[in-house]
Structure formats: structure tokens, C-alpha cells
Design a protein around this ligand. Structure first.
Ligand code: ATP
Ligand code: MG
Ligand code: MG
Ligand code: MG
Length: 465
């Protein structure tokens, strides 16, 4: 089954079961300024779950475009290292707003996997929250799931909450066993972090309202929110272990290979580039531009990281924007907004590539020389700051290079160097020469203008992060 067929099979199944199909919302949340990016299917339904917004349906299903590259959920560091994480992915979800609860949610999920998709039960593993006897009974007694492929887990993975207060509740997760030749133990075991058992679906049962003092009160109308990664499911259905080997990603990996000259399609830089083009293209489609703050800085960091991986493969000319065409071929039908913005996305990426090309090569040379001569395994904060300040290397880019060589970066030292720079900028501007002072900044600090200090009427330069 192709990714496109899976998207459709999922939506069709839930529509057949009285769910209303709702199109993906943008990756920039429309109703939540506190959230950097849409990181789950439930985000666009948040107010409905809270009872603050009424919809004319109580069951919904969607394929939501998600980004986990900043804030509470950040999988940026996992990309290129695990078989299952992306900065951008599609979350298949079904939702009940005070309609059905645990029993039906479990029945739907099991039916979809084992009957619609015909996955063998022996390959699936189920977890519940350790205190959720109700869900456990449904799985073991009603659904007949084997206790040998079942475990109870703690709150870290199996209890969900919207925030410190408000709706929360236990989860039940379904994993797929990719077989003994992949390292890793079953969920709940000491070596669960491996990639043998891959989590595919999370069913969240919104059961309680948590008050400020921690008391849990049962919600009058409990709800359901589920999320399943399309790419992980596609890997299962296509008989591959690694998400980057599915149809959709292979098209991008091949294009990246063509553009960089790297022939080995399992090369991790090709995977990183293929991952990053998706998050960058959709972020721009949804209205973000590279900048030095907030979402725009997350975007800039991801673009620069992708460019650095291209450079690592020997490509120092702009290439990244040329992947947009392939992405549109793969995803433009499911996301017409992407197809519509293609030209704009290409332009923005190309500009950022040209801009970074001016400093990337010199910055990399400096870093290489430093690494060749350094003692120990920690790149010092001043070096990381120089790369940031003069060459536009976001700190995570330097850390990414370091990790490839089994090195780390002194991030605290980097922070101190940044603070010292600000301090110098502040005092320089207090000499009254601020109007003439030229302070070079790149990275997260941006000069926005001058202002008169209230205390001594001196002129100060104003920067924002
Ligand atoms: P993991 O433990 O593998 O990091 P998670 O528990 O953080 O996953 P959830 O928050 O439960 O994930 O999200 C629901 C589903 O979305 C997951 O079961 C998985 O299929 C998918 N998913 C989550 N994060 C990613 C990601 N970074 N890339 C691809 N799919 C993801
Ligand atoms: Mg995770
Ligand atoms: Mg998990
Ligand atoms: Mg989970």
C-alpha cells in the first residue's frame, strides 16, 4: 500500500464509522499562540475538547501535518539517528468529542489494523497506563489480545495532559514488532528504546479534569484523541523497517542523491535532507519566513542544517530548493496548499541557501581546523559563539557536526559568550556613539533600533532575541 492509499484507507474507515473528515490545519497553530507548531492531530480541536467551541459533529477524523522540531516535542536530534522520527510527519487521527470512549476507540483501532489492513495480531504489542484497569480488561478480556504481548506502563509514556491543569487521562499504545534482527526490547522493558518495537498508534482517553492542586475530577463527557504516524504505518505496510525506506521518502532520498552525488541511498545525510525539506516547505507554505526569532528561527536552523548536510556530501551550490518539485509530486495532491505555494517556497529556500553559502564554507574550515587541533572532546563556548556570530551557525548545527565526531559543545559557555557580547553592545552604545556604532550580529539577536535611556538620557541600541 502506498502512503496515499493509506491516508485514504484511514479516512474512509472512520467516515464509514460516522466520523466527519476534517482537513489538516496549518503547522502554525491558529488558536494557540503558546504553541510553536502543531504537533498533533488534536491541536485544531483543542477548543472543542475544552467545550469552548461547538461543532456540528461529535466524531472527527483527520490527517494532520505536524512538526516536532521545537518546544515540548522536539525530535530534531533524532532525525538521522532513529528509524522512526521526523521533524515533519503526518498524524492520522480519530476523535470523539464526548461521544464514544475507551471501548469503541479500542475496537476501531484494532479493527482497522487487523481487519482493514490485515496486520497479524502476533506482530502487535499493546500497552496501557498501569492504573487503567478498565482499558486492560477491554484489551485482554473483550478483544482477546494476548497477555504475552501486553504491558502496563507508567505516566511518562501513558498518561497525557493538555497542560498543568485541564483535560488529561490515560493512554493506550499499539506497537509493531519489526522482528528479532532489530535491536530493542518490548515497551516497558529496560531496552525499550531500541527500534525493534515501533510505536505506531497512541489512543488518548481524556477522562479527567486536573485542578491546580492536582485533584482529578472525572469529566462529565469523556473524549478520545488518537494519533498514528502515517510514515510508521507505511513502513509496516510496505515491509520495511526504516521510515525513510517508504515510497514517499524514497522519492525524496533519490532526488537528494541526484542533487548531491551521494550514491548510497541509506546515507544518513540524505535522510536528514529528505526529512528537512518537508518541515521547511510546509512551514513556509503556512506563512513562516526564515528569521532570527521564534518560528522563523526554527525554520532557519532546519534549513541551515540541511544545507550543511548537503555540503558534507560535497554540494556547495544551492540544491535544497530543487527538492520542492519532488515533494509537490509526492504530497501536492493531499495538500493543495503546498502545490499552490511551490514557487514561493522555492524562492525563499534558494535565498536562504545563497545567504548561508557565503559563510558556511569558511565557518566549516574554521571548525575543521579547530577540531583537528583541539584537546579533549568538548568544543568550547567561544568557538561555538564565533561560528554563530560571524558565520551564522546555529548552535544546534555546530552540535550536529560535533556529534558526528563523538564530540560535544559547551553550550553553557556559548550562552556566556553570547551574554558577554550583549553586555559589550550595551556599554558601547552608552558612550553616546551609538548612532555610529556598527555592531555585527547574526543568529538569534537582531538589532531593531535606538532608544533614549530613561535614567541618563543616553542612547541605547535595542536588540531582540
Ligand atoms: P515516540 O515514543 O516514538 O517518540 P511519541 O510517544 O512521542 O512517539 P505520540 O506523541 O504518542 O508519539 O504521537 C502519536 C503518534 O505519532 C506516535 O505513535 C507515532 O506513530 C507518531 N509520531 C510521533 N512523533 C513522531 C515523529 N517525530 N516522526 C514520525 N512519527 C511520529
Ligand atoms: Mg516522541
Ligand atoms: Mg512514545
Ligand atoms: Mg506515544
Amino acid at each position: 500500500m502506498t502512503s496515499a492509499e493509506l491516508r485514504k484507507a484511514f479516512i474512509d474507515f472512520f467516515v464509514k464509522n460516522q466520523h466527519t473528515s476534517v482537513h489538516s490545519s496549518p503547522v502554525v497553530p491558529m488558536n494557540d499562540p503558546t504553541l510553536l507548531f502543531t504537533n498533533a492531530g488534536m491541536v485544531q480541536f483543542k477548543d472543542t475538547f475544552l467545550g469552548q467551541e461547538q461543532r456540528d459533529y461529535t466524531r472527527a477524523t483527520s490527517v494532520q501535518r505536524c512538526i516536532r522540531a521545537g518546544g515540548k516535542h522536539n525530535d530534531l536530534e533524532n532525525v538521522g539517528y532513529t528509524a522512526r522520527h521526523h521533524t515533519f510527519f503526518e498524524m492520522l487521527g480519530n476523535f470523539s468529542f464526548g461521544d464514544y470512549f475507551k471501548r469503541e476507540a479500542i475496537q476501531f483501532a484494532w479493527k482497522f489494523l487487523t481487519e482493514e489492513l490485515k496486520l497479524p495480531e502476533e506482530k502487535l504489542w499493546v500497552t496501557v497506563f498501569e492504573e487503567d484497569q478498565e482499558a486492560e480488561d477491554i484489551w485482554l478480556k473483550e478483544m482477546g489480545v494476548s497477555a504475552e504481548r501486553f504491558s502496563r506502563c507508567g505516566a511518562k509514556d501513558n498518561f497525557w495532559s493538555m497542560g498543568d491543569t485541564g483535560p488529561c487521562g490515560p493512554c493506550s499504545e499499539i506497537f509493531y514488532d519489526h522482528g528479532a534482527d532489530v535491536a530493542g526490547g518490548p515497551p516497558g522493558s529496560p531496552d525499550e528504546d531500541g527500534d525493534r518495537y515501533i510505536e505506531i498508534w497512541n489512543l488518548v482517553f481524556m477522562q479527567f479534569d486536573r485542578s491546580a492542586d492536582g485533584t482529578l475530577t472525572p469529566l462529565p463527557k469523556p473524549s478520545v484523541d488518537t494519533g498514528m504516524g502515517l510514515e510508521r504505518l507505511a513502513a509496516v505496510m510496505q515491509g520495511v523497517h526504516n521510515n525513510y525506506d517508504i515510497d514517499l521518502f524514497q522519492a525524496l532520498v533519490k532526488k537528494a542523491s541526484e542533487l548531491t552525488g551521494e550514491k548510497d541511498l541509506s546515507n544518513s545525510s540524505l535522510r536528514v535532507i529528505s526529512d528537512h525539506i518537508r518541515s521547511c516547505a510546509f512551514t513556509i507554505t503556512d506563512g513562516v519566513l526564515p528569521s532570527n526569532e521564534g518560528r522563523g528561527y526554527v525554520l532557519r536552523r532546519i534549513i541551515r542544517r540541511a544545507i550543511r548536510h548537503g555540503y558534507k556530501l560535497g554540494q556547495s551550490q544551492p540544491f535544497f530548493h530543487q527538492l520542492v518539485q519532488t515533494l509537490v509530486e509526492q504530497m501536492g495532491e493531499a495538500y493543495p496548499e503546498l502545490a499552490k505555494e511551490q514557487g514561493n517556497v522555492e524562492r525563499v529556500l534558494k535565498m536562504e541557501e545563497e545567504r548561508f553559502a557565503e559563510t558556511l564554507e569558511n565557518g566549516m574550515k574554521l571548525l575543521e581546523d579547530y577540531i583537528a587541533e583541539m584537546d579533549g572532546t568538548v568544543i568550547d563556548g567561544d568557538m561555538a559563539f564565533k561560528l554563530y556570530d560571524t558565520y551564522g551557525f546555529p548552535i544546534d548545527l555546530t552540535a550536529d557536526v560535533a556529534r558526528e565526531r563523538n564530540l560535544t559543545v559547551d553550550e553553557a559557555g556559548f550562552g556566556e559568550a553570547m551574554e558577554a557580547q550583549r553586555e559589550r553592545a550595551r556599554s558601547a552604545s552608552n558612550f553616546g556613539a551609538a548612532g555610529n556604532a556598527r555592531i555585527e550580529f547574526d543568529g538569534s539577536t537582531q538589532f531593531i533600533g535606538y532608544q533614549q535611556d530613561e535614567a541618563d538620557a543616553s542612547i541605547i541600541a535595542i536588540f531582540v532575541d
